[in-house]
Write a protein that binds this ligand. Sequence first.
Ligand code: ARG
Length: 487
Amino acid sequence: MAAGWHLAALYFGSDTIMAKDNTAKPEASSIWGGRFSGGPAEAMQRINASIGFDCRLYGQDIAGSLAHADMLCAQGIISAEDGAAIAAGLKDILAEIEAGNFEFKAELEDIHMNIEARLGELIGDAAGRLHTARSRNDQVATDFRLWVRDALDDLDGALRNMQAALIERAESHAASIMPGFTHLQTAQPVTLGHHLLAYVEMFGRDRSRLADCRARMNEMPLGSGALAGASFPIDRDATAKALGFDKPTANSLDAVSDRDFALEYLAAAAILGVHLSRLAEEFVLWSSEAFGFVSLSDAFTTGSSMLPQKRNPDGAELVRAKSGRLIGALGGLLIVMKGLPLAYSKDMQEDKEPVFETADTLALCIAAMTGMIGDAAFDTGAMERAAALAETGAVDIADWLVREHDLPFRSAHHVAGQLVRLAEEKGCGLADLSLADLQNIEPLLTAEAQKVLDIHYAVSVRSSYGGTAPDRVKAACADARVRFLGG
Ligand code: ARG
């Protein structure tokens, strides 16, 4: 096997790592070989090894080991000399991995044993003391929490950038009118800024879900041992502090078998994926000829090999599709976990790939959506024309009768319905009916009432908190900047 694979190649090409001589007689593991006379079958090694993907935990694994070794030293459990050798060796390994000079070995199963074995090569016997008062069960639970915590922080930053892009577009389109839909039927005019801010709220809730997840997961499993705790005088508070955890976990059985943090991350990611998909779907619809509301940039569309006129919204379509993976990842891990007795079972090794895939998928989808949002050329003329086409003013006539003449809304609604029917009979729009037409149906109607049929009027009066009026949207943008971007 060639030394120094790139980590990405390892992760995506776990087949390569297994390309080995199948006729070689397997040897007992050097890690637990004491109990074993023979080695694993080739298929066993392949099903068992996680190094093809958990190599991504190398930074967290080394950080955890450094903190653990420090604590063992401080507690007098290992000598200062061994502690120093371990720390120096771990730092060398980190440098080797980052330089692409580390040989990951499938026969060493996972990242924990690959690093420990290399430490033995580098510093000799002292390496064997690192695993005092520790099991791979509390080690992997700690590493994985650290990884998910980093992923949560990265994701928050990416979502913030996407919100910034949306808010910026919303500010410039606070007064641009478009049709608002229910059932995908034109219902009332809204402003484009208002529509874009709806997504800012969704992504804001996503960020808050991720923050909740981060706060709840920030407890450290290390020191739980295989399942029952440690028989050495360890200082779990010190290790927790060194690794940025709020505190050590309170129950060792729970700590090694809990993957709620991964499930919560995946659940929040799946909901976020649904939001991304809905926004992507709007871009697909809006960029179609039938809508013509937006033109997506060259950077986020593709052409057709046969139809020269086409500009396909592939980026948006793929964001829409990839939400399926995010939802699948959550379902997959829930199913892995649901039947497991306490405490650790190897099933839990299957926790990492869905989480890694989710993080990669989200990073890509958010980058693509942020780019699409920034680049989108909105055709505000087409949007406004589409809004004006529908008889959205009927409810404004009804509201006017309620406001000005205190009619019960149901009676006013009836009057407006009669006006819509009359316009239909005459083959014209509501706004084209004469004042005489209006007064034939309801004498209380005046020229003032006709003004409410203007869609600009319709949006401007919807100035209630959370409403679509341009002034309200401008204020909402400023408020969103404070709430989500910190001013
Ligand atoms: N690679 C393993 C995992 O990801 C590490 C823990 C192994 N523990 C064990 N008892 N075999 O779950």
